[in-house]
Write a protein that binds this ligand. Structure first.
Ligand code: T5A
Length: 228
């Protein structure tokens, strides 16, 4: 298990804290988001769990269009614009109001997914421009990257899906998924103060402990929050 701890930032304002989970297909993001939220709630914290694409009524409609593949024919830039439109709505209606109210927000994917998935087909400066417009300054305090070889993640996602059909992105070939894994690791390397990389090949309980350690050390839970 690899965890890269860093310095705990000071939080002077009552703004809530924003944690995002990133990683490839089947890395275990949804499972770990649920576990972390339960543990934080057990400490008496007010936690909002959300996801992308989606997380607000408008963005959930766009999610359907994107994952069904209906926008694929319009090309990578159009898809990137749709992800950005969904994100703008998600930030405006769900994330920012919750943070302003002092709540914790945990999002299953956020803009790093666009950097990685759409970044393969759209110029990086365009991806960053769309990102800037969509988030308007609302950025994660901590990003947990669940790292797992693409083959393992896809096998997990496939086993869970059973006879169901893979979505627009999941259906892509192994080499593409492995390139995405490396692209996520590159982002983590470039922003070590925001990212923590967790080895997600371990069993779910061990992964959850690594995530909890990262949250405690990076976000500096108050003594009451730690022991409640
Ligand atoms: N996308 C998204 C973009 O292209 N651009 C963007 O900007 C954004 C935001 C979203 C898709 O959209 C793309 C990326 C995605 O392709 P989605 O349906 O929301 O699609 O799916 P994912 O986010 O990829 O999530 P998955 O559900 O596929 O995987 P998770 O959430 O990482 O994994 P989870 O927790 O559901 O677990 C998968 C299976 O593995 C088991 C679980 O029990 C489950 O069966 N599992 C483990 N098994 C063994 N060991 C562990 N440690 C395990 N952890 C979980």
């Amino acid at each position: 298990m690899n965890v890269s701890p860093g310095a705990a930032p000071a939080f002077a304002s009552p703004r809530g804290r924003f944690v995002t989970f990133e990683g490839g297909e089947g890395a275990g993001k949804s499972s770990q988001v649920t576990r972390l939220a339960e543990r934080l709630r057990g400490r008496g914290l007010d936690v909002v769990v959300t996801r992308e694409p989606g997380g607000s009524p408008g963005a959930e409609c766009v999610r359907h269009v994107l994952l069904e593949g209906a926008a694929e024919a319009f090309g990578p830039l159009a898809e990137a614009c749709l992800f950005a439109a969904a994100r703008a709505d998600h930030v405006d209606r769900t994330i920012r109001p919750a943070l302003d109210a002092g709540r914790w927000v945990i999002s299953d994917r956020f803009y790093d997914s666009t950097r990685v998935y759409q970044g393969g087909g759209v110029a990086p400066e365009m991806v960053r421009l769309l990102e800037q417009v969509a988030v308007d300054g609302t950025r994660p305090d901590l990003t947990i990257l669940l790292d797992v070889p693409a083959e393992i993640g896809l096998a997990r996602a496939g086993a869970r899906r059973g006879e169901g059909v893979a979505d627009r992105f999941e259906k892509e070939d192994l080499a593409t998924h492995e390139r995405r894994r490396l692209a996520f690791l590159k982002l983590a390397h470039e922003e070590p103060e925001r990212f923590v990389v967790v080895d997600a090949t371990d069993d779910p309980g061990t992964v959850a402990e690594a995530i909890w350690f990262a949250v405690e050390t990076r976000l500096g839970l108050a003594p009451a929050e730690r022991s409640a």
